[in-house]
Design a protein around this ligand. Structure first.
Ligand SMILES: Cc1cc2nc3c(=O)[nH]c(=O)nc-3n(C[C@H](O)[C@H](O)[C@H](O)COP(=O)(O)OP(=O)(O)OC[C@H]3O[C@@H](n4cnc5c(N)ncnc54)[C@H](O)[C@@H]3O)c2cc1C
Length: 296
């Protein structure tokens, strides 16, 4: 298959790439192929061949919400890191799916646009964050999205409105459609004093640094907060802090974080998550919902 893909000699495609360097958990998983198309034409060309060969693929943003469970991935990882253009037309900011959400939050703050302050500590891409309706501080992507351009399975490009994206808590309809690829997102932001926005971002950043184990690889909070209580309180009360499974550990700083102590496998992380879920269920009859996606 690689020969066919190389027919388009501008398409960057590598073989046997360790996804350790492309996910925030920094867990090793060797992807058979890793493609970084530079534009829609290259992406469509790649998808055509994958369809013909019936080859498995997975689009990856910044890899901050996925756990590759196995030591290898027998398919193609598609990174949209080259989809990073930005266009500003008054209050409407259109950004490529591969753009870093954190960077966008800072860029907008420095230009005096308010609305993405909540995102300054979320290390995802714009595309992945739209798919997951990422959020914090009672704000989420859905609050600021105007439209999103999506490549459909028939290779038509469709612009979806906010309503059509069917946002819910930490999801949009794209989460259930693996073959829909978000290409770019248009945000509707408000003009505000840049210094004020930066001040808010700085305060929140300091709080995150104090309360979250950001010095270790992780994928952020593991479980959604159930209705009555924060997830970390149940996990902490059951004595999970510091509990290890191979190289995966429940953080001592924040019980709702699992960290990679250096050599964790995706399997270690998954097993630890499942154990916490089971123990919490038995102790409190609460079904914790995991935020991360396991890619098997
Ligand atoms: C330290 C830390 C703190 C975090 N804090 C928060 C927080 O406060 N709030 C929060 O909501 N999340 C948080 N997260 C989780 C994570 O950053 C978000 O879920 C983020 O939005 C995921 O984006 P991503 O680009 O990394 O997606 P990925 O993990 O790369 O992918 C997630 C899913 O989206 C799909 N996908 C990615 N890009 C596209 C695309 N262009 N088109 C179609 N499908 C696509 C992937 O196939 C995958 O199924 C945190 C993570 C870390 C590590």
């Amino acid at each position: 298959m690689i020969e066919e893909l190389k027919e388009l000699d501008t398409l960057e495609i590598l073989e046997n790439v360790d996804l350790k360097n492309y996910t925030t958990f920094k867990v090793s998983c060797i992807a058979k192929y890793f493609a970084t198309p530079k534009n829609i034409e290259e992406l469509c060309f790649l998808l055509d061949i994958l369809q013909q060969k019936k080859m498995r693929y997975k689009v990856l943003g910044k890899g901050s919400n996925v756990v590759f469970v196995n030591p290898s991935f027998d398919g193609v990882i598609i990174s949209l890191e080259h989809f990073g253009k930005m266009k500003i037309e008054e209050n409407l900011i259109t950004v490529g799916a591969g753009y870093s959400l954190m960077k966008l939050s800072f860029d907008m703050a420095s230009k005096g646009y308010s609305g993405l302050e909540f995102a300054s500590g979320i290390p995802g891409s714009v595309g992945g964050s739209l798919v997951n309706n990422a959020g914090a501080y009672k704000k989420e992507i859905a609050d600021v999205v105007e439209t999103a351009k999506v490549l459909m399975p028939n290779q038509e490009i469709k612009e979806f409105t906010k309503d059509e994206l069917e946002f819910c808590y930490r999801s949009s309809f794209l989460q259930y459609k693996n073959d829909y690829i978000c290409l770019e997102v248009t945000f509707n932001l408000e003009k505000k004093d840049s210094k004020e926005i930066m001040e808010l971002i700085k305060t929140r950043r300091e709080k995150r640094m104090d309360t979250q184990p950001l010095e270790y690889p992780s994928a952020g909070s593991v479980f959604r907060n159930p209705e009555l209580e924060s997830a970390w309180k149940y996990i902490d009360a059951l004595g999970f802090k510091g509990k290890r499974m191979g190289g995966a550990e429940v953080s001592r700083k924040h019980a709702n974080f699992i960290i990679n102590r250096g050599n964790a496998t995706g399997h270690d992380i998954k097993c630890l998550i499942l154990e916490i879920k089971e123990v919490v269920k038995n102790a409190y009859n609460i079904e914790l919902i995991c935020e991360q996606e396991f890619v098997e």
